[in-house]
Design a protein around this ligand. Structure first.
Ligand SMILES: Nc1nc2c(c(=O)[nH]1)N[C@H]1C(S)=C(S)[C@@H](COP(=O)(O)O)O[C@H]1N2
Ligand SMILES: [Mo]
Length: 262
């Protein structure tokens, strides 16, 4: 299946889920840099450049642009899974995520199990950034959460750890062996970037279910599909070989680039 067909399929699915033009209308244009086609160019470059080339050309430590409250013009358009139909998720949501824990494991010295209130008691970072989806829309929103680097400092990745894998609670697809849960991954360079946070707040309120409650990833230098929602577990690994179909994420297993840099 070509990438075009794949994104078109996704686009049609989200349109169907939206049920009306309303959802699409809320955020269906590129925000702030649409007119000269630069977002399109940027999205193209994410598809065409390999991770290695991208890394050589861009400064991985540079900050993504941050905006002001006045730049927030619409709600964050929900995309992909917006209301997980999984029983375990629904039970946790019914209790306001009081029983939810973020597990941190794999190649770490000290596995962690953190409640939402423990995460909220940690130092936080708030940033107003633009979310760019590969399907061709963007939204500016304010995100609040724990810097991922602080979680890593506590868990202490072993020297062999190279990637951070995020395991999610939502079923995104079915195959012969059963239901496939969304997952994704980044490397330790992006994980330790100052704007990489595990967000529990959006636009001054707790993160809504449609945008990934109770916790979702923000990796502001990459495209939307690199920011898993409904996270339940973080796993440090040295390879993706034994996870999913081995490409480091649900969309990567379906043909998207692993490095979705913008
Ligand atoms: N768990 C999970 N995370 C996900 C997705 C998803 O379907 N499930 N979709 C991804 C895509 S393609 C985008 S654009 C963003 C959408 O985030 P939003 O709903 O807050 O706009 O979430 C990303 N993370
Ligand atoms: Mo996306």
């Amino acid at each position: 299946m070509s990438r075009f067909e794949l994104s078109r399929r996704t686009f049609l699915t989200s349109a169907a889920v939206g049920g009306s033009g309303l959802l699409l209308a809320s955020c269906n244009v590129f925000d702030s840099l649409d007119r000269d086609g630069s977002v399109r160019d940027v999205l193209e470059s994410a598809n065409n450049l390999t991770y290695r080339v991208h890394r050589a050309l861009s400064n991985r430590d540079a900050l993504a642009e941050e905006f002001t409250e006045a730049d927030i013009r619409q709600p964050q358009r929900p995309n992909g899974t917006t209301d997980p139909d999984d029983e375990d998720y629904k039970a946790l949501a019914a209790n306001n995520f009081a029983d939810w824990r973020l597990e941190v494991g794999g190649l770490v010295e000290k596995p962690l199990s953190l409640s939402l209130s423990q995460l909220q008691a940690m130092p936080s970072r708030t940033q107003i950034t633009r979310h760019d989806c590969v399907e061709g829309w963007s939204c500016i929103a304010k995100w609040t959460g724990v810097p991922l680097g602080l979680i890593l400092d506590d868990a202490k990745p072993k020297p062999s750890a190279q990637y951070v894998v995020f395991h999610c609670m939502d079923t995104i697809d079915q195959d012969l062996s059963g239901s496939i849960k969304y997952y994704g991954s980044i490397d330790l360079i992006d994980a330790r970037h100052p704007q990489s946070i595990l967000a529990y707040g959006m636009n001054g309120r707790s993160l809504p279910v449609e945008n990934g409650a109770p916790l979702r990833v923000r990796v502001e230098r990459q495209l939307g599909y690199k920011m898993p929602k409904y996270v339940r577990k973080i796993e440090l690994v040295d390879s993706f070989a034994n996870i999913g179909m081995g490409h480091g994420g649900y969309w990567e297993d379906n043909g998207y680039e692993w490095y979705g840099g913008i």
